[in-house]
Design a protein around this ligand. Sequence first.
Ligand code: 5GP
Length: 115
Amino acid sequence: MTETLFTKIINRELPSDVVYEDEHCIAIKDIAPKAPTHLLVIPKKAIPRLVDASDEDKALLGHVMLAVGEIARQAGVEDAFRVIVNNGADVGQTVFHLHLHILAGKTFSEAQLGF
Ligand code: 5GP
């Protein structure tokens, strides 16, 4: 599999602002933040899209969701944040290495699902 942009960031071949890292995932500040807090939580395994995850990724996906909570706590936004996964170019996915957006620090209207 060709290296993704995020694999290069994980491997420190490209610079980024890392706010969290463990054995299975990393969290970085988004380079073009859409909210005062905009973090990307990226599993180290390069699954292209959420829909490409399989049964063997169950534990990894659970791990990543728990990491989201920990990262939100560390960022001080645990009481109000939104998690978004874009799956597919038509909904705005631009990097085909699964990642979860954590957005916080602004008000999202009920109807507004995106950012
Ligand atoms: P997507 O649109 O695929 O759901 O999200 C990709 C995100 O990655 C975008 O919000 C974009 O701003 C962010 N991004 C793209 N390139 C870089 C980069 O080189 N460094 C960082 N930190 N974020 C990036």
